[in-house]
Design a protein around this ligand. Structure first.
Ligand SMILES: [Zn+2]
Length: 348
């Protein structure tokens, strides 16, 4: 390992010699081949090449009354790193993704919402505090006003829009550094923990692991005696427990993994150019998305009114002719809704 420029310890970058990087990537490929439930954790390092302005940057602008340019999504797009991670998911190697990034790029690159835990929220998602429906927008949903509570100041979470079902004011889902324990978007932690219990290979990309719960997850996996792999240019708090520690660009590792597994990254890049995966939609609450067996889905749907079930189908432009016999209409509707959402654990 050799250091490049002399910088303060926490931001100093290290680079493994090329032959060592290659050797470590081959070891990593072997671990991936033998893994049944690989989980990747991503930090800011996977998004920096997209030109993302970090939270401190927009807070400074907000205090000056200037609306950040972060909301201009026509200019900021997911990167090749996001595409490569999606390709690993699509090919079945990656089972779940945990991210502390709020830029929403993993979702935009094609990772389904059921396969990602966005621990710090998503700037494109606003949520109804009453019915817990989430709305995935094509723009940054945050309102940049500063709210003062006692001696504390913070970004106001209420957005200017309302839930179409219960008319409550929607809240953005981004967990800011002064939110303490009252962050509006805590449910991803539960999903992440569900997958960490199953995880047999944990890969950390682009995080120095200084923030809770990121620093705790790697220790948990290590206690389970499962391998932890870290790719980051700076040192991290979990380096001493890593089975493989790679000091190189994340892009370098991901591209070579895709090449090694014969995954075509270029096809993913074409999709991103037109943002085919980025569609506005309503996401049902986590508790409902978790219902992955037909019996539970049926029980849940039976409690819905016929009007609600019809609305579900109409919103998805699903042609449906209800049977004339009123006695069987409800069961028929429930069966139709299930048929149309069998492939998805969540109902959008
Ligand atoms: Zn609502």
């Amino acid at each position: 390992m050799s250091s490049s420029v002399i910088l303060p310890d926490d931001i100093r970058e290290y680079h493994d010699p090329p032959e060592q990087v290659q050797e470590k990537i081959e070891q990593l490929m072997e671990l991936i081949r033998n893994s049944k439930h690989m989980v990747i954790f991503t930090g800011a390092g996977v998004s920096t090449s997209a030109g993302i302005q970090d939270f401190r940057g927009y807070l400074t602008l907000a205090k000056q009354g200037i609306k950040s340019t972060l909301s201009d999504f026509t200019k900021i797009r997911p990167t090749i790193e996001h595409v490569a991670i999606y390709k690993l998911f699509e090919a079945g190697y990656l089972k779940h993704l945990i991210s502390q990034n709020t830029d929403g790029f993993h979702l935009r690159s094609g990772i389904p919402i059921t396969s990602i835990s966005e621990l710090h929220g998503n700037i494109n998602i606003e949520k109804c505090p009453k019915c817990e429906r989430s709305y995935w927008r094509k723009h940054d949903v945050r309102d940049y006003e500063i709210e003062v509570k006692g001696t504390h100041e913070r970004i106001r979470h209420t957005t200017s829009r309302q839930c179409v079902y219960c008319h409550c004011n929607l809240r953005d889902t981004v967990v800011n550094c002064f939110d303490r324990t009252e962050g509006p978007h805590l449910f991803p932690l539960e999903t992440a923990q569900d997958h960490l219990k199953l995880c047999d290979l944990y890969i950390i990309l682009g995080s120095s692991l200084t923030v809770y719960p990121a620093n705790y997850f790697s220790k948990y996996i290590n206690c389970q005696q499962k391998p932890v792999v870290i790719v980051n240019l700076q040192k991290t708090s979990a380096d001493d427990i890593a089975s493989i520690r790679i000091f190189t660009e994340i892009k370098d590792v991901l591209i070579r993994l895709c090449e090694g597994f014969q995954l075509n990254i270029n096809s993913g890049i074409t999709d991103l150019e037109t943002d085919l995966n980025f569609k506005e939609m309503i996401i049902m609450p986590y508790a409902i998305r978790k219902l992955d067996c037909i019996k539970e889905k049926t029980e849940y749907l039976k409690k819905k009114s016929e009007t609600e079930l019809m609305m579900f189908l109409t919103e998805r432009r699903i042609a449906y002719e209800p049977p004339a016999d009123a006695k069987i209409r409800k069961d028929h509707l429930v069966a139709t809704v299930i048929r149309h959402c069998r492939k998805t654990v969540y109902w959008v």
